[in-house]
Ligand binder design. Sequence first.
Ligand code: MEV
Length: 310
Amino acid sequence: KNTVVGSSHGKLILVGEHSVVYGKPAIALPLPLVEVKASVQSVLNDTLIIDSMYYVGPLPDLPEKMHGIAACIKETLKYLEKPAEGLIIKLESTIPLGRGLGSSAAVAIAVVRSLYAYYGRKLSKGELLELAHLAETYAHGNPSGIDTAAASSDQPIWFQKGHQIESVQIGRPFYLVVADTGRVGDTHAAVASIKNKSTINPIDTQHSIDQLGEISEQARVALAHGNVKLLGNLLNAAQDKLTTLGVSDQGLNQLVNVARDAGAIGAKLTGGGRGGCIVALAHNMNEAKSIAIALEKANARKTWYFTLTE
Ligand code: MEV
């Protein structure tokens, strides 16, 4: 049988990370600048082989940080009523691992798509989200599902747990810059730390979460009306709340400040925080480019910039 490929792109949370875990709405964007490809091929072997940048070998020996993807593969094959043997799954990714750009969700989505395609089976959106969510449970502990939803969507999404995913109106092009601190974030620990905060200091924590929910509501309006200034202010306000919740850190704060000094209208961390990436809003493409250059000079590992349209 020929090699069959499934792919997925990364995701970028514009506003609403963390508060989304507590039922508040969030806005996430597909990030097609980075992607994962999974190729499935048959091989004469009584096990299933994973061939990735981080690990090459049989599925049962996958290192702990890949247990989510192992669970996702096993469950997908169970759905397909196929044994976990005689296959080699090759993973190629340009999404940096653990930086809030949805690498774990994208790997899972690409794998599920590739296995369904390999066996010539039709994959519903519901099945895809369910199977990929399984992998996210290992990566995040208590995932809201926003990563899998955004990584499998080709449009900006309005996401709230327990609600239908809605589309987001984009009133004019917005110019965004993403910069990677180069440090792996620990979403699992960041989510757990807010949970912990909410037991120690429930009122203040809930207040920050409510405000983040409010920011998402206003950001939706700013996007629809093409109000760049308002969106920038909202990104800054979100960064304040996330800092209060304890999920930003020195490296993220530094890049946020560099972006603002270089002209960004607003900037904040994106994803789980405590390492990972920031997102900044620019007035135009040229400014986005110069913000990206300033961030690289300030030791950002990598930067991306793109235009957000509907
Ligand atoms: C991670 O990309 C987003 C978080 O809100 C966690 C989640 O929603 O599962 C931090």
